[in-house]
Design a protein around this ligand. Structure first.
Ligand SMILES: [Zn+2]
Length: 570
């Protein structure tokens, strides 16, 4: 995701690991951090180190916690059918929600924004009772639903969806020529701003059908494979799309406009592009970058994750969003970010930031997903690092290092990257830039590029189509490297400050004392120091150690381009 006025806050837990088509609950890391007697939705808010946090509301908890009426079921599929009326600015329809019960129960929690009405909820032909509480809709069943059984309910709704939040929520807009341009972008506020669903991050459906009825002459582009369109005979046409992979709720999108379409192919992968007619020629030139981008990411991580659904770019009036297999694009068909040199070091003007960033989310964010919004760095830190990899693959190592170090100026170090769990809290923007700089640091710690490339490739392959937490990332890296990297991850992700390498020179006897100053007592990180042309690696810890050096204080360098650290010399 990326904002048009630069984001002060951007958004996104579990260990509800999805293996193949069967979701299984695992008692892994996420649960391990919250004692069984005090699950996430009951815990009092943690003491926040962030400046003046907004008070946590019941609505935040209902929205963000993986509460008892969410944990008792596992989503299987959605079929969302909506009719969009541009004149009345209303939507109406239903979502058929298929799920498996994981425990016996008579209640489940779904979500729908209070601006929208619930028309009825049916199990077969049986109307169900429900209770609304802020955005939550608790659905009650007249008889016990049994663990292991699958059920489908039809949730009918209608109303005027809210145009809200940084990305528009659901917007009835007009294109520059005055034609309807209607779109959804709801990562911040949640997908339930425009359709009923289990609005959380941990549990994803395995597949989804999206059917959008719109006035004849308009085009709807949604996620997945285009199945076809049907003239409904009442001035409306229904556009049918099929998502054949797990999908985050907020990635589900409709884009309705006077689009023209052109297509291409990369091997077996269909590439489809939808733009306003007046932008067709510009788009044909600019969108040629999509192929090189996909080739770069496939080089590092493996095959594009949504082959059967294809890859699409869809023009929108906001800057961009990683809607799965239908990436929203609003970067004005120019390189950089909204015409600017994004990291300010002359590299960004070589490529279209929005194509490269938002599409990177197909690998991190969409294929590998965080299970709680608190750990959204798994989306944004990794995807920002993917930009760096794109630059390295396309323009070389030197440009990549310049590019990632250009991000230092954007780091704030005001609060930790990982936010409070279970309240749908949005982590600070450091999750992007500091996240990428941390991963660049980790590459230097591994200090063997062949090893690093294999590690990040295997990490992606291991967790693709799953929803994970930071603990899963750390455990994987520890296990694969046989290094104890936990304090390193924790320092960069769970504390505000980056580590400082303290150097005390004793020039008279040609020695130097060094240690890390860090919040993590066990923090230890090797780092390259000395002469740039001939680095030497010291194994610094939080305890003072002494080394010999012929270099004077002002000649002694630290490889701060390769490690995101502070250095203090005295
Ligand atoms: Zn993003």
């Amino acid at each position: 995701m990326f904002g048009s006025n630069f984001c002060n806050r951007l958004a996104q837990g579990a260990v509800f690991l999805v293996f193949g088509t069967a979701a299984v609950s695992s008692s892994a890391a996420w649960q391990a951090t919250s004692p069984a007697s005090s699950p996430a939705w009951q815990r009092p808010p943690a003491a926040a180190s962030a400046p003046a946090p907004a008070p946590i509301t019941l609505a935040d908890i209902l929205r963000g916690a993986y509460g008892p009426y969410r944990v008792n079921n596992d989503l299987l599929s959605y079929h969302l059918e909506v009719r969009v009326d541009p004149d009345k600015q209303t939507i109406s329809g239903k979502n058929s929600i298929r799920f498996k019960m994981l425990q016996d129960g008579t209640r489940i929690q779904l979500d729908l924004h209070s601006a929208l009405g619930v028309d009825k909820i049916l199990l077969g032909t049986t109307p169900l009772q429900y209770v609304r509480d802020s955005g939550a809709v608790f659905v009650d069943f007249p008889e016990t639903l049994h663990s292991g059984q699958e059920y489908t309910i039809d949730f009918y709704y209608s109303g005027h969806p809210l145009q809200t939040a940084r990305f528009g929520g659901f917007t009835f807009g007009k294109d520059p020529a005055g034609r309807p341009w209607i779109y959804s972008a709801c990562e911040d506020i949640g997908a339930s701003v425009w359709w009923p669903n289990k609005d959380q991050w941990r549990d994803e459906v395995e597949n989804m059908q999206i059917s959008v009825a719109i006035p004849n002459g308009l085009v709807d582009v949604s996620n997945g494979k285009f199945l076809g369109k049907t003239d409904l005979g009442d001035g409306y046409t229904r556009w049918d799309w099929l998502v054949q992979y797990p999908v985050n709720n907020y990635d589900v999108a409709l884009n309705i406009g006077n689009y023209v379409h052109f297509s291409d192919q990369l091997g077996d992968l269909p590439l489809d592009f939808y733009v306003l007619p007046e932008d067709l020629e510009k788009a044909k030139k600019q969108f040629a970058q999509a192929k090189g981008m996909i080739e770069a990411y496939q080089h590092y991580f493996g095959e594009y994750p949504f082959m059967k659904d294809g890859y699409k770019l869809v023009e929108v009036p906001y800057s961009g969003m990683e809607h799965q297999s239908a990436v929203a694009y609003g970067n004005h068909f120019t390189n950089g970010y909204l015409g600017r040199d994004w990291t300010g070091v002359g590299v960004s003007p070589k490529f279209d930031f929005i194509i490269i960033h938002e599409s990177g989310h197909e690998w991190f964010g969409n294929a590998v997903s965080a299970a709680d919004r608190s750990d959204m760095w798994i989306h944004e830190g990794w995807t920002t690092y993917l930009e760096v990899l794109y630059v390295e693959y396309t323009f070389g190592h030197e440009d990549a290092q310049k590019y990632v170090n250009g991000y230092k100026a954007k780091v704030q170090n005001r609060e930790p990257i990982i936010a409070e769990r279970g309240i749908a809290a949005t982590p600070p923007q450091d999750m992007y830039f500091k996240g990428a700089l941390f991963l660049n640091t980790l590459r230097s710690v591994i200090n063997d590029d062949a090893r690093w490339w294999a590690l990040i490739h295997d990490f992606y392959q291991h967790f693709k189509y799953q929803n994970i937490m930071t603990e899963d990332v750390v455990a994987y890296f520890n296990q694969q490297t046989q290094l104890y990297l936990t304090p390193l991850f924790d320092q960069y992700l769970r504390h505000t400050a980056i580590p400082t390498l303290e150097l005390k020179f004793n020039e008279a006897d040609g020695t130097l004392d060094y240690r890390w100053q860090a919040d993590e007592p066990d923090f230890a990180m090797p780092i390259r120091v000395g002469k740039k042309t001939d680095w030497q690696i010291i194994q610094a810890t939080t305890y003072w150690q002494t080394m010999k050096t012929p270099l004077k204080k002002n000649e002694f360098d630290v490889a701060t381009d390769l490690y995101f650290v502070n250095v203090s010399k005295e």
